[in-house]
Design a protein. Structure first.
Length: 326
């Protein structure tokens, strides 16, 4: 039986900006102000400001398109573009926190004190074979597909909630990103090669100041090097990873929020995603992208971030969003 997607069903929003566009413009403005404050210390502030202006122009261009063709498809495009821009905003955090003294030594020492070892090192040593490496890397790689599945499910089955979940997701990302800008932690895959494994094995974790301002060497991930998902993760990290955003783990935090959203709309969907979620959470430590405390705090903060983003939506955008035109 064919599924009626109703992509061209005429809908109309009573507001000029969707909630997700409003929060994106607010984040754009806040980081633009920060660029102006740090202008003389930044590497390419003029380009960053121009890119932000381009995002503003794109946003209002899509609003104009929607006004010409107010349907579900153009509404989806508007919100999908804002979500896709997260791929720009994530490495952008590095352009700020690279100016501040790195804090990995604090977290590595805390890790050692809490667990009497470096779990990210011991974990991959304990499970080096392809039987562990490939499932963990698969879970890590399915981070964005998990988000896409839940977003599309809401679009197709709970369109009246679609704007809300897009807003909550993007706002959650921005909350984490603002924290990453101010708390520069790169994670084991950057910090350990910077200080050398001899020091790691000796439990010596020196401060490295602004080392990452001019160095961004990423150690190859552990595990089965010839694995399909291993190489997918390696390729994606080479393209988009920066020595930033380690604490708390947004991979764990956002995927937990995605699981909350999946559970609320369809328990079966949550059950299907659960194995990928568990593998993803384990993988953040296994591939040495995060310290164990990053993953644990990412899980705990997810519930607070979700509640905060939901409260923001209710306070600012509680009125009905879409009205179907007869």
């Amino acid at each position: 039986m064919a599924i009626d997607l109703k992509l061209f069903e005429r809908v109309h929003s009573g507001r000029g900006l969707f909630a997700v566009e409003s929060i994106s413009l607010i984040y754009n403005a806040l980081t633009s102000i920060l660029i102006l404050i740090l202008f003389s210390r930044m590497d390419h502030p003029e380009l960053m400001l121009m890119e932000r202006l381009g995002i503003v122009v794109l946003t209002f261009g899509l609003i104009y398109l929607y006004q010409l063709f107010p349907c579900r498809l153009t509404a989806f495009i508007r919100m999908a573009v804002q979500m896709s821009l997260l791929a720009y905003w994530y490495p952008d955090t590095f352009e700020f926190n690279r100016l501040f003294p790195n804090l990995d030594h604090v977290f590595a020492r805390l890790e050692q004190w809490l667990f009497h070892c470096q779990p990210s090192v011991e974990f991959c040593k304990l499970c080096p074979s392809a039987w562990f490496s490939e499932p963990f890397n698969m879970g890590y790689f399915f981070y964005y597909p998990m988000i896409l599945v839940v977003v599309v499910y809401y679009f197709l089955n709970r369109f009246e909630w679609f704007e809300k979940i897009c807003f909550v997701l993007v706002t959650s990302f921005f909350i984490y990103y603002l924290f990453y800008i101010l708390v520069p932690v790169a994670g084991p895959q950057f910090y350990f090669p910077a200080i050398g494994m001899d020091k790691v094995n000796a439990c010596d974790f020196p401060a490295i100041g602004t080392y990452f301002n001019t160095n961004d060497y990423l150690i190859p991930g552990p595990g089965y090097e010839h694995g399909f998902f291993y190489n997918l993760v390696e390729a994606s990290q080479e393209v988009g990873e920066r020595p930033t955003a380690a604490f708390p783990s947004s991979h764990v935090g956002i995927s937990t929020i995605v699981m909350i959203m999946a559970w609320r709309v369809n328990h079966k969907l949550a059950y299907v995603l659960a194995p990928f979620y568990i593998l993803l959470c384990c993988a953040t430590v296994y591939i040495q992208a995060h310290y164990l405390i990053d993953a644990l705090v990412g899980f705990v903060t997810a519930f607070f971030v979700y509640q905060l983003a939901t409260l923001m939506y209710k306070r600012w955008f509680i009125s009905p969003v879409f009205r179907v035109k007869e």
